[in-house]
Design a protein around this ligand. Structure first.
Ligand SMILES: [Zn+2]
Length: 162
């Protein structure tokens, strides 16, 4: 479908969606086409434009999906301190032997490691003198107002929506 020929009307009803490109969870609806039952969303943060049909299927008409491991490697400021936000099953239920990294630990994040199908982006972290690979989504930047904190939280929002 050629979306450029479709007319969208402004609508007053406030409605927000999650931007599938940058993870902004307050992307406003910018238009509505009643005849074809299409909604248009425009992300003020990354400039992405999305069209959603009546069945809830969405296409990106401007912008493209991010290569998150690459994007995070280029846009996070390394190294930085992060707090472990998730307890392992071993730690939580007292079964087996908990790993070396525990809930509430403060780690130094050194770099992006690789992307895992289950856990998303893994980062190389340092605890004491040892290095480990750890899921980024289980970490929060220690400086809550930092650029890194915002980026990690957006990535986490996106990851849990996929
Ligand atoms: Zn966006």
């Amino acid at each position: 479908m050629d979306y450029s020929t479709i007319l969208f009307e402004d609508e007053f009803e406030a409605d927000c969606e999650l931007c599938d490109i940058c993870g902004n969870d307050a992307m406003p609806r910018s238009g509505y086409n009643e005849k074809q039952d299409l909604l248009k969303f425009e992300c003020p943060e990354c400039g992405g434009i999305f069209i959603e049909d009546g069945k809830g299927d969405t296409v990106i008409v401007r912008g493209e999906k991010r290569d998150w491991p690459k994007y995070l490697a280029e846009n996070l400021n390394f190294p930085f301190d992060a707090i472990v936000m998730e307890a392992s099953d071993e730690e939580m239920f007292g079964i087996g032997k908990p790993g070396p990294i525990r809930y509430g630990d403060v780690l130094t994040v050194m770099s992006v490691d690789f992307e895992d199908a289950l856990y998303g982006v893994l980062v190389t972290v340092k605890k004491g003198r040892k290095k480990y690979s750890f899921p980024l989504m289980d970490l929060a930047a220690k400086d809550k107002d930092s650029h890194n904190a915002k980026l990690i939280s957006k990535y986490g929002t996106l990851l849990s929506s996929w």
